[in-house]
Ligand binder design. Structure first.
Ligand code: SF4
Length: 342
């Protein structure tokens, strides 16, 4: 494995080395939750990353305490980043988790630096910071406390219900700085969830997170991602998802159509062959030009979700609306797809 040439950018490795090659401790835990997962504990050299092409993103700086994600979403665009470590982008991404154990102290030091101007920091933009590993390593309480102590604005995008463990810290942070939380729920279809996002809490439990955060005064948006062509895009499916999102009290809903970059594309296609072989040809045509679905398709989904959001009353006027919706890093989607209905 290579630990000396690593960045969080899903598109290309960073130039700077983040970890010392002698700083890796490998652990496994024999509990049902972590069976089959290997943790690589590292002491990172830096923790605040600048987003490549930041002008196209709603944020410029990110913090990612983990690499790899046992939530194991088949389509996860971050899979490719595992190849920079000579780790497998398929099962290896799901089960070989890099943990930057010194993330909280590094961040605290960074925020205290006179050069740091207090810019917004986005988390959960590469891999999920509330993935299962966080239950054991508990890095996020230290990270949120550091941000809170410096009144530094931040946002979190997650599929993890574990975020509610840190509810009190988030409430306290929201009293002193801008806090934006978004939960990712692309669909509510149970069968699709079981096979496509096998390590995640169910969509219903994620929406409970949205509801609970709202009840505690933290407005929470939903990143409706991914909308999966031919499997999760029927009008009644979109309607059911937006209805459930509205019922949970989300402050916004932002649709994002499935994109399939290298790393994710091969893994997703293998999944498609196993579960929906009749769709392989349609997907090849849909993604013939690269990682993104055609613009006409993205526009159609955005319009449908926009109309449903208006129908169900998601939009301006909700108390504590999330000010920003963090979206995954990487090349921006065509404009209409990133509509935030605030
Ligand atoms: S939760 Fe997010 S980071 Fe984790 S596997 Fe799923 S898409 Fe990737």
């Amino acid at each position: 494995m290579r630990w000396d040439h690593l960045g969080d950018d899903p598109v290309a490795p960073a130039d700077t080395a983040l970890f010392g090659t002698d700083a890796v401790t490998t652990r496994t835990f024999d509990t049902p939750e972590f069976r089959g997962i290997t943790f690589h504990e590292v002491r990172a050299r830096s923790i605040v990353n600048r987003v490549p092409g930041a002008s196209r993103m709603p944020f410029e700086w990110t913090v990612n305490p983990y690499r790899g994600c046992a939530h194991a979403c088949v389509y996860c665009f971050a899979r490719k980043t595992h190849s920079y470590l000579d780790l497998d982008t398929g099962l290896g991404f799901d089960s070989q988790i890099v943990v930057k154990i010194n993330a909280p102290e590094l961040l605290r030091g960074h925020l205290a630096s006179r050069r740091w101007q207090g810019a917004h920091i986005a988390m959960g933009t590469n891999v999920d910071c509330y993935q299962r590993a966080e239950g054991r390593y508990r890095l996020m309480p230290g990270i949120i406390s550091a941000l809170s102590d410096h009144a530094n604005p931040f946002s979190i995008l997650t599929k993890g219900t574990l975020i509610l463990r840190d509810l009190e810290l988030l409430v306290r942070a929201a009293e002193v700085t801008e806090v934006g939380i978004s939960v990712s729920v692309g669909f509510t279809d149970h069968e699709l969830w079981r096979t496509l996002e096998p390590g995640t809490p169910s969509p219903q439990r994620r929406l409970d997170v949205v509801r609970t955060l709202g009840e505690h005064g933290i407005g929470c948006g939903v990143l409706m991602a991914p909308v999966v062509p031919f499997l999760g895009d029927r009008p009644e499916q979109l309607r059911e998802t937006v209805r459930a999102v509205a019922e949970a009290g989300a402050t916004s809903v932002t649709p994002l159509v499935l994109h399939l970059r290298p790393g994710a594309r091969e893994w997703f296609t293998a999944w498609l062959r196993r579960h929906h072989p009749r769709l392989v040809g349609r997907y090849e045509r849909m993604y013939a030009d690269g990682a993104y679905a055609p613009t006409w398709y993205q526009r159609r989904i955005t319009r449908q979700v926009h109309e449903l959001a208006a129908e169900f009353g998601i939009g301006p006027g909700r108390r504590g609306a999330a000010r920003r919706t963090p979206v995954p890093e990487g090349p921006a989607q065509p404009e209409p797809t990133q509509l935030t209905l605030l």
